[in-house]
Write a protein that binds this ligand. Structure first.
Ligand SMILES: NC(=O)c1ccc[n+]([C@@H]2O[C@H](COP(=O)([O-])OP(=O)(O)OC[C@H]3O[C@@H](n4cnc5c(N)ncnc54)[C@H](O)[C@@H]3O)[C@@H](O)[C@H]2O)c1
Length: 347
């Protein structure tokens, strides 16, 4: 059975999604973007029959099973709700939303309308991150005690993102989601600090300490300060060459696990640069986009066509990520710790 997909957002990542969809049992029937040039470019590249300036117009004219939302972060929540209210399953790039009440409405309305919402927390579909989770589930590390996350991005990317969104929603949300996934309990307290050094509206760095109801303590740090001369890890497919340095460490009562996203196992050197290309997220293999991106989109298609439940990325865990990200931003901006309500006290 072919799943009928509509794409909202014909930017860099939306275009990459379209390339991944070529390997899946889907027909991308329509795309929407308010930018006519982007709309025309991706329709020409992918041969998509229909284009619209907004999701509302698309949904009014097209019969689709799954809406794929790859727009900028601040627009996600409204677009997800629009698709859910129209009775469509949704895959949405991270974050699910940037407002806790809206994220909770999405969860409630999706349940009410009998549709699934899968958030593109891509790390859950990366083999090494999954292996750590499996190792925890098997009890090999004992109960988790501390989680440490660090994710640094190229300084040269920051002017584009530092005017767009607080980094907790861009880089931090990946590790917040991993913390939720590995801790296995609700988050109870958040304390965070941030620093702005480039003079842009959003801070270049933040550091947060999270405590979970089962006692797990997680540290989440992110800095957009990696210099251009650092070895490149991102090349090619995303038209955004530069560096992501991401590490995770899980300390359990009986064992530990650690992973570095890009490392020197793959090295390319020329007279002008050194690269250690990341090859797990969206590598091109035999001319096709592969890796975690293909795995998460394939998963969303399976969930939309009823071939499996949404057990890997349940919407309530995406809502928990939004709750923590919002608390980190609030704590860092006010300089005070934030206590989150226990699940039984939440509305
Ligand atoms: N998982 C990852 O590692 C990863 C990596 C890169 C980007 N992303 C996510 O992908 C999303 C898109 O990022 P990007 O870099 O492609 O951004 P981008 O700015 O290149 O593209 C966003 C596109 O969305 C369009 N748009 C804005 N509002 C819209 C609306 N209401 N309806 C339809 N289209 C609309 C814009 O015109 C633009 O073409 C973001 O949420 C980002 O966080 C995830």
């Amino acid at each position: 059975m072919v799943t009928r997909v509509a794409l909202a957002g014909a930017g860099r990542f939306g275009a990459l999604h379209l390339r991944a969809f070529r390997s899946l049992p889907v027909e991308v029937v329509a795309v929407c973007d308010p930018d006519p040039a982007r709309l025309a470019a991706v329709r020409a590249e992918s041969g998509i029959a229909a284009g619209y300036p907004s999701l509302g117009e698309l949904l009014a004219h097209e019969r689709v099973d799954l809406v794929d939302i790859a727009t900028d972060e601040a627009s996600h929540g409204d677009l997800v709700l629009e698709a859910v209210e129209a009775g469509r399953h949704v895959f949405v790039e991270k974050p699910l939303a940037m407002d806790v009440d809206q994220a909770m409405s999405i969860q409630a309305r999706a349940a009410g309308n009998g549709v699934h919402v899968v958030t593109g927390q891509i790390s859950r579909f990366g083999a090494a991150y999954q292996h750590i989770r499996d190792t925890l589930d098997a009890g090999e590390l004992g109960a988790p005690v501390n989680l440490r996350f660090r994710r640094d991005f190229s300084r040269s990317w920051f002017p584009a993102f530092g005017t767009r969104v607080h980094p907790v929603w861009e880089s931090g949300i990946h590790d917040i989601d991993l913390a939720v996934w590995y801790a296995g309990a609700p988050c109870r307290t958040v304390y965070a600090v941030q620093r702005g050094v480039s003079g842009l509206p959003n801070p270049d760095t933040f550091a947060a300490i999270l405590t979970f109801a089962n006692g797990v303590v997680a540290t989440v740090e992110s800095a957009w300060l990696v210099p251009d001369a650092a070895p490149q890890t991102l090349r090619g497919a995303l038209e955004l060459d530069g560096t992501i340095e991401a590490t995770v460490e899980v300390l359990g009562e009986r064992g530990t696990a650690a992973y570095r996203l890009a490392h020197d196992g793959l090295a390319v050197r020329t007279d002008r640069m050194t690269a250690h290309p990341e090859h797990t997220l969206w590598p091109t293999v035999a001319g096709r986009i592969s890796g975690a991106l293909l795995a998460e989109l394939g998963y969303a298609v399976d969930v939309a066509r009823g071939a499996r439940g949404n057990d890997v990325m349940p919407v309530e865990e995406a809502v928990e990520g939004v709750r923590i990200a919002a608390a980190i931003q609030r704590s860092a901006e006010t300089g005070t710790p934030v206590t989150l309500r226990a699940p039984e006290e939440r509305p």
